[in-house]
Design a protein around this ligand. Structure first.
Ligand code: FAD
Length: 461
């Protein structure tokens, strides 16, 4: 597909109040939506001394894709699949293309994304910048392990073709580099061949945290995908009771045998969004306790080989657009940590602290992660990852600070794509290759044009 000729004068700047998915700490930036390579180059030239940052669909929870008083390059205008190599299971897509668009087009052709987060509404650029992981990290690694190459406009104004073999420094500094090494323009991704759009899922209800962790240690290797939902409100002998879902893609034959025609059909549902006027206290301990009780009870104690759609298994929350409004105007935080395998006790202590402190979370998940890749700021490391959403409330900050300390002591880290509040002095400890990343970043962007609210808050550059 040829790009329309760049006409930088077409680029329109408009002020916008932007926040992350948690809707905390909004800030105003000038936003521009470049489509072509030429327009991206022109947009780079429009940045003032407050710099610029790329933005995808704003599914980062905190302030990684906003830039108070500066420029934000909005990604979704730069969308579209430009090449499909069905035999080689590879696809090239512009960076603003969402994983939803990839699935709509490619699942019917027998290709699935190699990694998917808990929402399809993220872009290819955002997936690279956060080096996202999914329920299959223990088997397949993270997003950038499946990126063959990408084109990036760096801070020098150079458009570079970057691959892990050809330019390992730039590749791995950008994988998880939170948009601070340049703007990714497009990428070629190795996809996962599938013969159906359904999953075969086993479900186990676990009575407490020890129970679910044992099930995962003993059995996760047999499954491509695994995730445990944890009831963080329950305490005492049922602390950490969970529903564990594990599965793999079904074959076309298995799907037909279960009575489904059109094995590669990709369907999604859209329910109405919640209004923007939900009061902030609606999700409180009582309502979340009731929800969690229902969720736990409705799960089968033990079920094998249930057929589930991609949406039901991977992205149930996407059925409700803008579900983040249910937390009200005050917004919510996500806290996600990972600790090494040997430090599973830290997960137990964290769950005990959270449930003991009366933290209300209806979305807490536990996953196992496989080995890290070479991304300097990439989040995953071999062990356990715990993620939870919490409404903003008094006392939350100091408790999360304590949890961060526990994670650091255990040799773990928190996920930048979900963060909005970690203390900056912990970052070099959590990410020991930060200084090396900064050196590479400096070469790609010597004038420090790429900046964000997050880079300033955490002193990343
Ligand atoms: C409901 C929900 C569930 C989630 N589940 C998971 C999960 O299971 N696993 C996981 O890993 N993450 C998960 N996330 C986080 C999400 O995958 C990441 O934050 C992802 O980066 C968001 O992509 P985005 O396109 O919305 O980017 P944004 O949120 O807009 O930006 C994220 C980062 O990417 C950078 N960026 C965006 N586009 C480009 C580009 N073209 N070039 C360079 N940098 C760019 C931005 O500067 C920013 O630093 C979840 C988020 C939500 C809301």
């Amino acid at each position: 597909m040829t790009e329309p000729e760049a006409r930088p004068t077409d680029l329109v700047l408009h002020p916008e109040l932007l926040s992350g998915w948690g809707r905390t700490a909004p800030s105003e930036s000038e936003v521009v939506s470049p489509r072509t390579t030429g327009e991206h180059v022109a947009a780079l030239g429009m940045a003032t001394d407050r710099g610029l940052v790329p933005r995808g669909l704003g599914r980062g929870y905190g302030d990684c894709a906003q830039n108070a008083g500066g420029l934000v390059l909005s990604g979704p205008a730069n969308t579209g699949i430009t090449d499909i190599d069905l035999g080689g299971a590879r696809v090239t897509a512009r960076a603003g293309t969402s994983l939803h668009e990839l699935m709509e087009r490619l699942v019917p052709l027998g290709l699935f994304v190699p990694v998917t987060p808990g929402t399809r509404m993220v872009t290819v650029g955002g997936a690279i910048a956060a080096d996202i992981h999914g329920k299959n990290h223990h088997q397949a690694g993270s997003w950038c392990d499946h990126v063959e190459s990408f084109r990036m406009l760096d801070g020098n104004g150079d458009v570079r073709e970057i691959s892990a073999d050809g330019n390992p420094e730039a590749f791995w500094a950008t994988a998880g580099g939170m948009g601070l090494t340049g703007v990714v323009l497009d990428a070629t991704i190795r996809m996962k061949p599938v013969t159906s759009s359904r999953l075969l899922v086993d479900t186990d209800r676990a009575n407490d945290l020890d129970d679910v962790m044992s099930l995962m240690i003993e059995g996760d290797d047999r499954y491509d995908y695994s995730v445990a939902w944890i009831d963080l409100v329950s305490s005492g002998s049922s602390m950490g009771r969970s529903v564990l879902d594990r599965g793999r893609f079904a074959t076309a034959e298995e799907v037909s045998a279960a009575g489904h025609s059109a094995p590669l059909e990709f369907r999604t549902t859209q329910l109405p969004s919640p209004p923007d006027l939900v009061p902030s206290g609606l999700l409180n301990r009582a309502s979340i306790r009731a929800f969690n009780e229902l969720w736990f009870r409705k799960a089968p104690a033990r079920r094998r080989d249930a057929i589930m759609s991609i949406e039901a298994f991977f992205h149930p929350l996407d059925m409700i657009a803008e579900w983040n409004r249910i937390y009200g105007k005050r917004g919510f935080l996500q806290w996600q940590c990972v600790v090494p395998d040997s430090e599973s006790e830290t997960i137990r202590r964290a769950v005990s602290k959270l449930s003991g402190a009366g933290i209300s979370s209806f979305l807490a998940v536990l996953k196992r992660m496989g080995p890290s890749n070479q991304g300097h700021l990439s989040f995953p490391l071999e062990g356990w990852t715990l993620a939870l959403d919490m409404p903003v409330s008094s006392g939350l900050e100091s408790m999360l600070d304590e949890l961060d300390e526990m994670v650091v002591t255990a040799g773990g880290r928190i996920y930048l794509a979900k963060d909005s509040r970690v203390r900056p002095e912990l970052i070099p400890v959590m990410y020991p290759r930060l200084a090396q990343w900064q050196e590479i970043r400096e070469k790609l962007d010597p004038d420090r044009r790429f900046r964000s609210d997050m880079s300033r808050r955490l002193g990343l550059i």
